[in-house]
Design a protein around this ligand. Sequence first.
Ligand code: NAP
Length: 251
Amino acid sequence: MGAEAQQTPQETPTALVIGGGGGIGAATSRALAAAGYAVVATYSSQAERAEKLVAELTAASHQATAERLDATDSAQVEQLVRRLSEEGRLTALVHCPGAWAFTRLTEVTDKEIDEAIRLNLTSALYALRAAGRYLADCGSVVTVSSAAADLAPPRQVTYVAAKAGLEAASRVAAKELGSRGIRVNVVRPGATDTDLLRSTTSERAIEAMSTSNTLKRLGTPEDVADVIAFLCSHQARFVTGSIVDVAGGLR
Ligand SMILES: NC(=O)c1ccc[n+]([C@@H]2O[C@H](COP(=O)([O-])OP(=O)(O)OC[C@H]3O[C@@H](n4cnc5c(N)ncnc54)[C@H](OP(=O)(O)O)[C@@H]3O)[C@@H](O)[C@H]2O)c1
């Protein structure tokens, strides 16, 4: 599943993983580094976590750097993606940022609505637009949605709305960018064992989630990352506009 079959050191393709320091993002950064990409992993608040990941990857002889990025800031996204496209051959972009809350519809505040849409949807629109402008021809974009976008569970109205929008936007992007050979796909994880899940969800709810799918376990960040790396690879060359469930058969 190499990024490129034959590459010289100068031609090493770059993969930008927005939110690449986080749970699923870090596993994706590792998978793409192993596939031969020079990985740029962004963080927002947790610089130490991202720097530790970069140290791990460089110690294993991979090319990796960490960049601070607020993915909800249009100018920052535009500048970073443009700079990376000027510095090297930017062929993969993965958008990971996201977070949820458990607020009832009747209780949700204007601030919660704005923040959820900004983080889960607006940031994805910025990333898709920048990918369309600056990604190399025949590159690959993967956005990270959630099984919630399909299941629409109660008390997740803002998250579900935003992730459903991210899926729709990714499908439009796939159609617009296909003429340049750029593929755009979405992965839809189910409950995945990350710090975000552990810090927002009770043990009881996590236990219930881990037995509710067909394979009767929580997903791991690597379960999701391997699918993302596949979607970025040449093996997925005819896959675009797809939404891929990575949820252990959850329905
Ligand atoms: N874990 C699950 O059960 C699950 C299930 C379905 C879907 N997902 C989706 O999977 C994705 C990753 O989730 P995760 O569990 O791996 O969570 P995570 O570890 O919290 O990862 C989120 C990443 O996004 C970054 N981020 C947050 N706000 C940002 C901002 N404004 N600008 C740039 N980056 C920002 C975080 O950076 P810092 O840490 O540096 O702030 C972190 O690297 C999310 O989109 C989530 O909705 C997760």
